[in-house]
Write a protein that binds this ligand. Structure first.
Ligand SMILES: C[S@@+](CC[C@H](N)C(=O)[O-])C[C@H]1O[C@@H](n2cnc3c(N)ncnc32)[C@H](O)[C@@H]1O
Length: 182
């Protein structure tokens, strides 16, 4: 697994702002109704989306993160369906999701499993649904984990199109935002 100075990186993750998620939603003509946040961690994005009225499922491998996410949703007074599972094997119905969001989960998935990840996303998205991926890391660390050619390659042969890739900078972190359409 990719390592990047975890104690420090964890602090940065918990303070990431979701400005890019709010910006993405602002550009849509219609808000999604069903959202799946893969690798939801402590639930920041999932709780935000539920607070905006969407039906949200948060999936993460970590029971500890999901416990934090539950507490976060309780504090926010919103309902989210939390599921402990892998993004590579989603216990979610085919074609049931309007938007899959991922902030920092694909980063943790081995490149050899990226096609499987994309296959699962394509399966749960309804036709016309979208995947929003964001990955961030310290500038000059050990090179990006998620790259445009990698993102293009992982959807080879799948009913997913890469519709937008935007590199961005947030403080000392550099990132990439990518939007796919089913
Ligand atoms: C960098 S954290 C990001 C958490 C959250 N999305 C955020 O932005 O704060 C990555 C998360 O992905 C989860 N994760 C890693 N591999 C996963 C997998 N195969 N399936 C589901 N979750 C995974 C980790 O447990 C962790 O909570």
């Amino acid at each position: 697994m990719h390592q990047h100075g975890h104690a420090h990186a964890h602090d940065e993750h918990t303070t990431w702002s979701s400005f890019e998620l709010a910006g993405f939603l602002a550009g849509l003509t219609e808000l999604p109704r069903t959202v799946l946040d893969v690798g939801c961690g402590a639930g920041g994005d999932a709780v935000y989306l539920a607070g905006r009225g969407m039906d949200v499922i948060g999936v993460d491998l970590s029971a500890e993160s999901l416990e934090q996410a539950r507490a976060h949703a309780d504090r926010g007074g919103v309902d989210v369906t939390w599921i402990q599972a892998s993004a590579l094997d989603l216990p979610v119905e085919d074609a049931s999701i309007d938007l899959v969001t991922d902030r920092g989960c694909l980063h943790h998935i081995e490149p050899i499993d990226h096609a499987r990840y994309a296959q699962e996303v394509a399966r749960v998205l309804r036709p016309g649904g979208m995947l929003l991926v964001r990955d961030m890391q310290h500038a000059g660390n050990d090179g990006p984990q998620v790259t445009e050619p990698g993102l293009g390659g992982m959807i080879d042969g799948l009913p997913l199109q890469l519709s937008r890739v935007v590199p961005f900078q947030q403080g000392r972190m550099s990132g990439i935002l990518a939007v796919f359409r089913r």
